[in-house]
Design a binder for this molecule. Structure first.
Ligand SMILES: NC(=O)C1=CN([C@@H]2O[C@H](COP(=O)(O)OP(=O)(O)OC[C@H]3O[C@@H](n4cnc5c(N)ncnc54)[C@H](OP(=O)(O)O)[C@@H]3O)[C@@H](O)[C@H]2O)C=CC1
Ligand SMILES: O=C(O)C1=N[C@H](C(=O)O)C[C@H](O)C1
Length: 254
């Protein structure tokens, strides 16, 4: 056990959830970290501050997480955020808030699994060379949002790479059919959501050209897959002031 003075004091918001509980276990198992608060929906964010946390990890739910982050920034506590539901507008509000809170950091990452971050990076790298690209995300049926934050982030990165390469609209002759059959449109990239008992978190990026297909696939079979990324973000929080979106920036991929 390290001396208490060397340990980073960590709070977990959403501690009773599937991810929050796994993060609490991971923090307890790390010699350089101390879990000082495990907060549930009935607790206030100020409880993390009162417990002396310097970093708070938020795995609550869309619709709640943004308010948590603003409260943490006000208190000077670094935030590591895994909860989804973030938009360009909500990220802008946090960025603006952080302008008035020098030294405080917020990392929002739609996926902390190293393989998922690499898959997104590979897909974005490949996108400029293909006429077509579509994203399929597959999750457990208890997930409350669709498409997944990861799929949105992936589609946005593909769209950005296509635009930078001067690619236009993808070929698609669909003129009629059932609403929703072609999935959601994220910046011009189609995203399809599967919810199936037995799954955890999976993503396939399909890239097509005449006569060939490239498939990039990542599978999280267990929530332990997210923990190395979460712990990396907690450890780097104090040295990355301002807003960071995506774990890729901590992995040298951003
Ligand atoms: N970035 C990443 O790598 C990953 C992100 N996620 C995302 O993390 C989030 C949580 O996922 P998961 O753990 O599966 O979800 P769960 O439903 O298992 O957990 C959600 C947690 O949020 C808390 N909560 C719910 N409503 C409120 C509220 N109104 N105020 C405060 N807390 C609330 C719950 O508290 P209580 O226990 O008191 O009910 C619960 O602990 C989702 O957005 C998911 O997409 C998931 C996996 C990986
Ligand atoms: O809810 C989940 O489970 C997951 N949510 C995140 C997302 O929406 O991308 C990350 C991962 O896919 C698991």
């Amino acid at each position: 056990m390290r001396p208490v003075s060397e340990q980073t004091r960590v709070a977990v918001l959403g501690a009773g959830g599937r991810m929050g509980a796994a993060v609490c276990d991971a923090v307890r198992g790390a010699a350089d970290l101390e879990l000082v608060a495990a907060l549930h929906r009935t607790d206030a964010v100020s409880d993390a501050v009162a417990a002396g946390a310097s970093v708070a990890v938020d795995f609550t739910v869309p619709g709640v997480t943004e308010a948590n982050v603003h409260a943490l920034v006000d208190a000077g506590v670094h935030a590591v955020v895994g909860a989804t539901g973030w938009t360009g507008e909500s990220l802008d509000r946090v960025r603006e808030h952080l302008d008035g809170a020098p030294g405080v950091s917020v990392l929002v990452a739609p996926n902390f699994a190293l393989g998922a971050v690499l898959a997104m990076s590979f897909a974005a790298q490949a996108a400029r060379w293909f006429e077509s690209a579509e994203v399929v995300e597959l999750h457990h049926p208890d997930k409350v949002d669709a498409p997944s934050g990861t799929a949105r982030h992936t589609a946005a990165a593909i769209a950005g790479a296509r635009a930078a390469a001067g690619l236009g609209v993808m070929p698609d002759a669909t003129a009629s059919g059932l609403e929703g059959a072609r999935g959601a449109d994220v910046d011009g990239v189609r995203v399809h959501s599967v919810r199936l008992r037995g799954l955890v978190a999976h993503e396939e990026i399909l890239l097509g050209n005449p006569g060939e297909q490239l498939t990039v696939r990542h599978d999280s079979f267990d929530r332990t897959s997210f923990m190395p990324g979460v712990l990396l973000a907690v450890r780097q929080a104090a040295s990355r002031p301002g807003l960071t979106v995506g774990l890729e920036h901590l992995l040298g991929l951003g």
